[in-house]
Design a protein around this ligand. Sequence first.
Ligand code: SF4
Length: 278
Amino acid sequence: MIEEILSKSILNPTGGFLSTYTHSLNAYQGCAFGKGSCPYCYVRAMPVQRFSGAPWGEWVKAKMNASELLKAELEAARRKGTFGSLRIFMSTATDPYQGAESRLKITRGILEVFSASGDFGFLVVQTRSPLIQRDIDLLTRLGSRVAISMTIETNREDVRKQITPTSPSIQKRLAAIEKLTRAGLKTQAAISPVLPCDPEIFADQIASRACRAVVDTIFDGDGAGGRRSTELGMPQLLRSLGYERWLERDAYLPLLEELRLKMGSDMVGFSQEGFNLL
Ligand code: SF4
């Protein structure tokens, strides 16, 4: 169910896990990709979900006034003298290119505001959706002030179908990141969290399509040292699917090493530090 709402603000001061960013930007509340999927999504354990009254993935609120709010808040930042140092992460608690975006175009409106506002600092667009290709015209206009981080947790379609069945196919996401890179955009493959995969093959696929990569795990990347992922049942799920080897704390290392070998160490980050270096 999609509810259209008017929000009071759009740029939220951030810190913590995203320590090098000044604000997060969420054009939606809730995320339709989560319906029976993304079992590790830490937003499931946050108050916004706990008080929603519906299962995660089955409700979405669209902030219809997002672009007007952004225009006003960027103006306010300009007056305060913080405009040029804004570092904005879109999004931290939703996917800006989930299904509703193809009709509502709220994220597109946000990019239009950014592209018309001059030297605002830096924007990261985090998504798992090939729909982002629709906005390649606006993204290229932003040039070096934007980076696209695309979530791709594994190279294995069988694993995707088991754990994140509502996510776009791996081939579609790889094709999307390749197209964005070829358009001259700064791209990052966010292997976050890493799911059972073939490290060598996966690293080849990423290295030939993305500018950089970040690897994260259910233990390091949930903002609670693995407690949230455990509460969400990830260890149990991986065990039930026969993937207990991937519960070892260093199971991600072969992939990280392969990526560093193929892309160069400075182009491959790990967990919190990796996301913050973008
Ligand atoms: S796409 Fe992202 S925000 Fe949406 S359910 Fe999956 S992990 Fe959560």
